[in-house]
Design a binder for this molecule. Structure first.
Ligand code: PEP
Ligand code: MG
Length: 838
C-alpha cells in the first residue's frame, strides 16, 4: 500500500492533519507526520533527517507520497530524498498538492490500494471540489485512466451525476455501467468526487467497483474521442435512471400484530435480511474448504490453457445460472451472476493470474486462488459494508473456477422438508440454488442485509436472518428446531409449542396478505366508479415478460426493440428479430403487445450503422429518421414484426414522428414489407393496428391531421418533455427542466387525447409519467385510455386507479392545467390523493 508522509513547519499541524486523514480512512493508510524543530524557543521548522525517518517508517514497494506545507519544508524533503537508496528514492514522490485536501485525497486513495500514480493524481486534483463549490473555474482534473488514446483531438467532455439508486455503483449497476461504456469508442474515465477516489477506466469492472460509489455520492465522467459527448450523455442517463433499479420487489408490508412469544432454549439475534416467519429443523450447510493444490508447474502454457478452459466453463455456467435466475426471480437478480461472469473476464484479474502462471510458474489452481484472495482482501480492507459483500462475491467466483480446475463436484445435500439452512455465510450462488421445496428459511453467522445473498432471499420469498455471529455456529446443533423471524432478525432455538404455533400462524397470515395483494394486481384496472383503464408494461428485453405478467401487466404498451440492436457489431437479422418478437407475443397472448420500431440514435448508438458524431444527437439522426433513410434495414424489422403478428395480438408503432410525410412513408414501407412476405409465401399478418409515438411537439400540433392515419397514439413524455423545454434529458445541468409533470406538457397531453377521441382513436402514455403516482389521477382526469410503465410500478398504479372516480379526477385535471409548474402540480395531486378514501 502506498504510504503517506505529511511534512509541516508545525508538529501540531502535521499531527492534526494525520489524525483527520486517519479518521477518514479508519486508520487503513500508513501515514507518518513530521514537523517542528523540537526547540521550544523556536518551535517551527523542518528537518531533513526527521523526514527521512518518517519516509522509512511508511516505506513499501508500492511507494510513498510526501506532502509539504511551505517553503523550506520542500527543501528539507528534497534533501531527505538524497539520503535514500536510488531505487527507494525512485518510489517516493514529492507532490505539489494542497496540504490538507491533498492529504485527505491521497490517504483515501492509498487506503483502497490504488497505485502510486493514482494517489499522486488524486492529491493533485484535490482542490477542484472546493473550487467548483465556490464557483472557481478550473481546468479538468488530470486523468490517469488507461484506455485507448483519443482518435480525434476533440475536447474532453466532463459531466457529474449523483447516484440515486440504493446500490450505488456496485455489482449490478456496475455491470450496466461497464457494458454501456464499452459501446463507445471514446476513452472514458470515472471518479468518485465524494470520496476523492479515482479516476479509473470506465470499462474496467473491478476498478469501477473500487470507486466505492454509494447512493448519494457524486461521480464525474470524463470522455475524449469522437463519440465522447454521446458516451457521457448515455452514462449520465443510465445513472439518473437509477440503473433500472427498483426491479427488486420492495419488502412487502409486515403484518402489524402483537409481539410474538419468544420462548425456547435460547434466543439469538441477528439482522433482518428477508421478511417472513418459519419453523423448521436446523441443517448446517458448509462448503468443505477446498484443499488447493500448490506446486510449480512444468508446463506454464498447459496451465494457462487449463485456466482458460475453466474460466470459459465457469462463464458458461454463470450465464446459465443467470438465465435461470432471470426466469425465476427477475432481471436484477440475474445481474448478480452476470456480474460474476464479468468479474472473471476482468483484464486486471487475468493479468495477475497470467503473471503467476507464466512468470512465477504456479499451477492454475494456486494462481487463481491467490489472485482472487488478493483482490478480495483489498475489498475487505476498504471501509463500508458493500466492499465486504463484494469480497464475498469474488470468493464465490474464485471457488467456482478452482472447483472446475480440480474437477471437484458439489454433491447436493439431501434435505428434509421444512429445513432451515445454517451456515457461516452463504455464497450468492448457493442461495440461488437452494431447494425451495424443502428450505423454509436460512440464518448465517456473517453477512449483511444488502449482500447479494440477502437480496436473493427476498426474491425467493425465504425468511432470512444474517449476521447472527459465532453463537449461531456454537450454540445450535443439526436437527434442532428453530423459529425464525426474518422481519426482526430473531431466531428462537428449540421454541416451545406456543411459540411455534404463533410463528406458523403469523407466516400463514403474511402469505395470505401477499397473495391478496398479488391477486389484486392481477385484476384488470378499474376506477372506483367502474371505468376500465388499461395498465400495461414497458419492456426493454424479451426476458422481462415473466416479471411483467407477475406484476399484473395487462399487455405490453412499449417493447423497446433497441435491445436487439445494441451491444453488437452486426445488426440482427429477420429471423432473430421475428423469434424475439414472437417470444414476447406468445408469452403475453392474448394480451396486446405494441412493438416500437427501432429508436436508435440520440443516446443509443449502433456501431454498425456508422453514425457520424453529431453536435446535437437528440436533434439529429435518430429513430424514424434513420429507419426511413435505410429502407431495407427498416423493412427487415417490419417483416419480422408482421411475422410475429400471426399470434394476433401484435401492434406496431413508430417513434419520433414529427411530420405527416414521415408517418406516410413508414406506413408505405409496412405495406411493402407485407407484400414481400406475401411474395415469399412467409406466414404473417397484415394489416395490424398501427400507432405512432407523440414525443415531438410538432406531432402534438399536427395531432388532428395525424389521427386519421393511425389506430392509436402513445405519448412518449420523456422525449416530449425534453423537446418541449429544449432541455437534453441526458444533461444533468438542464435535465430537471424537462419536467413531464409541468402544465406545459400536461396541456399537450390534453390536446392529443381530445383530438384523438374526437377521431375515435385511443391514447396511451408510455413515458415515465404514466407510472408516477403524482400524474396518474391527472391523466385519468384527462381521459387517458392506456398507461404503460415499468413493471414494478404496476401494482401501486392499479391500486391508486382503484381509488379514483372520474368526476373528481376530471376536476383535478382541469385545475392543475392552470398551475405554474410541475412542483405545484405534484403538491396538488398529493393533497388530492391524501383526501381520497383508502
Ligand atoms: C419517451 O420518450 O417517453 C419514451 C417512452 O421513449 P424512450 O424513453 O424510449 O425514448
Ligand atoms: Mg422516446
Amino acid at each position: 500500500m502506498v504510504g503517506l508522509v505529511l511534512v509541516s513547519h508545525s508538529q501540531e499541524l502535521a499531527q492534526a492533519v494525520k489524525a483527520l486523514a486517519a479518521q477518514q480512512t479508519q486508520g487503513r493508510a500508513p501515514i507518518a507526520a513530521v514537523g517542528g524543530t523540537g526547540d521550544p524557543a523556536q518551535p517551527f521548522g523542518t528537518d531533513a533527517t526527521a523526514i527521512l525517518e518518517a519516509i522509512q517508517t511508511v516505506y513499501d514497494e508500492d511507494g510513498v507520497v510526501v506532502l509539504m506545507d511551505l517553503g523550506s519544508a520542500i527543501m528539507s524533503a528534497e534533501m531527505a530524498l538524497e539520503f535514500l537508496e536510488p531505487e527507494q528514492a525512485a518510489r517516493v514522490r514529492l507532490v505539489a498538492a494542497p496540504f490538507v485536501e491533498g492529504a485527505m485525497a491521497a490517504a483515501v486513495q492509498a487506503s483502497i490500494g490504488m497505485d502510486l500514480e493514482a494517489v499522486v493524481a488524486e492529491a493533485m486534483a484535490a482542490l477542484s471540489p472546493k473550487q467548483e463549490a465556490l464557483g472557481v473555474t478550473v481546468s479538468p482534473a488530470p486523468s490517469t485512466a488507461p484506455g485507448p488514446a483519443p482518435e480525434t483531438p476533440a475536447g474532453e467532455i466532463v459531466a457529474r451525476v449523483t447516484l440515486v439508486n440504493h446500490a450505488g455503483l456496485h455489482f449490478g449497476p456496475a455491470v450496466l455501467f461497464v457494458q454501456k461504456a464499452a459501446e463507445f469508442r471514446a476513452a472514458i474515465s470515472v471518479r468518485n468526487v465524494t470520496t476523492g477516489t479515482g479516476p479509473v477506466d470506465a470499462r474496467r469492472f473491478n476498478q469501477v467497483l473500487s470507486l466505492g460509489a454509494e447512493q448519494g455520492h457524486t461521480i464525474e465522467l470524463s470522455a475524449r474521442g469522437e463519440d465522447a459527448a454521446a458516451a457521457v450523455a448515455a452514462l449520465v442517463a443510465l445513472a439518473e435512471a437509477g440503473f433500472g433499479e427498483g426491479a427488486e420487489a420492495p419488502p412487502p408490508p409486515v403484518v402489524a400484530e402483537t409481539a410474538l412469544p419468544l420462548r425456547g432454549r435460547m434466543v439469538l439475534r441477528g439482522l433482518a435480511a428477508a421478511p417472513g416467519w418459519a419453523v423448521g429443523r436446523a441443517r448446517f450447510l458448509d462448503r468443505a474448504d477446498l484443499e488447493i493444490p500448490r506446486y510449480r508447474a512444468a508446463d506454464p502454457a498447459g496451465e494457462w490453457a487449463r485456466y482458460k478452459a475453466a474460466v470459459a466453463q465457469a462463464q458458461a455456467d454463470l450465464e446459465a445460472l443467470a438465465a435461470r435466475v432471470q426466469t425465476e426471480l427477475g432481471e436484477a437478480q440475474a445481474r448478480i451472476f452476470q456480474a460474476h461472469a464479468l468479474a472473471l473476464s476482468d483484464p486486471d484479474l487475468e493479468t495477475a493470474i497470467r503473471t503467476a502462471i507464466a512468470e512465477q510458474g504456479w499451477n492454475a489452481e494456486a494462481a487463481v486462488s491467490d489472485a482472487i484472495t488478493t483482490l478480495a482482501r483489498r475489498y475487505e480492507a476498504m471501509t463500508g459494508p458493500r466492499f465486504q459483500e463484494r469480497a464475498a462475491d469474488l470468493r464465490d467466483v474464485g471457488a467456482r473456477v478452482v472447483r472446475l480446475l480440480m474437477a471437484a463436484t458439489e454433491t447436493p445435500l439431501a434435505l428434509e422438508a421444512d429445513t432451515i439452512i445454517l451456515a457461516d455465510d452463504l455464497a450468492p450462488s448457493q442461495t440461488a440454488t437452494l431447494d425451495r421445496r424443502r428450505v423454509v428459511a436460512f440464518c448465517t453467522a456473517r453477512g449483511g442485509p444488502t449482500a447479494h445473498t440477502a437480496i436473493l432471499a427476498r426474491s425467493l420469498g425465504l425468511p432470512a436472518v444474517v449476521g447472527v455471529g459465532p453463537a449461531l455456529l456454537a450454540e445450535v446443533k443439526n436437527g434442532e428446531w428453530l423459529a425464525v423471524d426474518g422481519t426482526t432478525g430473531t431466531v428462537v432455538v428449540e421454541p416451545d409449542a406456543e411459540t411455534r404455533a404463533a410463528f406458523q400462524a403469523r407466516q400463514a397470515a403474511y402469505l395470505a396478505q401477499r397473495q391478496a395483494a398479488a391477486a389484486a394486481a392481477q385484476q384488470p384496472a378499474r376506477t372506483r366508479d367502474g371505468r376500465r383503464i388499461e395498465v400495461v408494461a414497458n419492456l426493454a428485453a424479451a426476458a422481462e415478460v415473466e416479471a411483467a405478467l407477475a406484476a399484473g401487466a395487462e399487455g405490453v404498451g412499449l417493447l423497446r426493440t433497441e435491445f436487439l440492436f445494441q451491444n453488437r457489431h452486426e445488426p440482427p437479422g429477420e429471423e432473430e428479430q421475428a423469434a424475439a418478437y414472437a417470444q414476447v407475443a406468445a408469452a403475453m397472448a392474448p394480451r396486446p403487445v405494441i412493438i416500437r420500431t427501432l429508436d436508435i440514435g440520440g443516446d443509443k448508438p449502433a456501431p454498425y450503422l456508422d453514425m457520424p458524431a453529431e453536435a446535437n444527437p437528440f436533434l439529429g439522426w435518430r429513430a424514424i429518421r434513420i429507419a426511413l433513410a435505410l429502407p431495407d434495414f427498416f423493412k427487415t424489422q417490419l417483416r419480422a414484426i408482421l411475422r410475429a403478428a400471426v399470434s394476433d395480438n401484435v401492434r406496431v408503432m413508430f417513434p419520433m414522428v414529427a411530420t405527416l410525410a414521415e408517418l406516410d412513408a413508414a406506413r408505405r414501407l409496412l405495406t411493402a414489407a407485407a407484400a414481400e412476405l406475401d411474395a415469399a409465401g412467409i406466414p404473417h399478418r397484415y394489416p395490424i393496428p398501427v400507432g405512432m409515438m407523440v414525443e415531438v411537439p410538432a406531432a402534438v400540433v399536427l395531432a388532428d391531421q395525424m389521427a386519421p392515419l393511425v389506430d392509436f397514439f402513445s405519448i412518449g413524455t420523456n422525449d416530449l418533455a425534453q423537446y418541449t423545454f429544449a432541455a437534453d434529458r441526458g444533461n444533468a445541468r438542464v435535465a430537471a427542466l424537462a419536467d413531464a409533470l409541468h402544465p406545459a406538457v400536461l396541456r399537450q397531453i390534453a390536446r392529443v387525447i381530445d383530438v384523438a377521441h374526437a377521431a375515435g382513436k385511443w391514447v396511451g402514455v408510455c413515458g415515465e409519467l404514466a407510472g408516477l403516482p403524482e400524474a396518474i389521477p391527472v391523466l385519468i382526469g384527462l381521459g387517458l385510455d392506456e398507461f404503460s410503465m415499468a413493471p414494478p410500478a404496476i401494482p401501486a398504479a392499479k391500486a391508486l386507479i382503484g381509488r379514483l372516480t372520474l368526476p373528481a379526477a376530471t376536476a383535478l385535471a382541469r385545475r392543475v392545467l392552470d398551475l405554474p409548474d410541475g412542483t405545484a402540480v405534484a403538491e396538488a395531486v398529493r393533497a388530492f390523493v391524501a383526501a381520497l378514501p383508502a
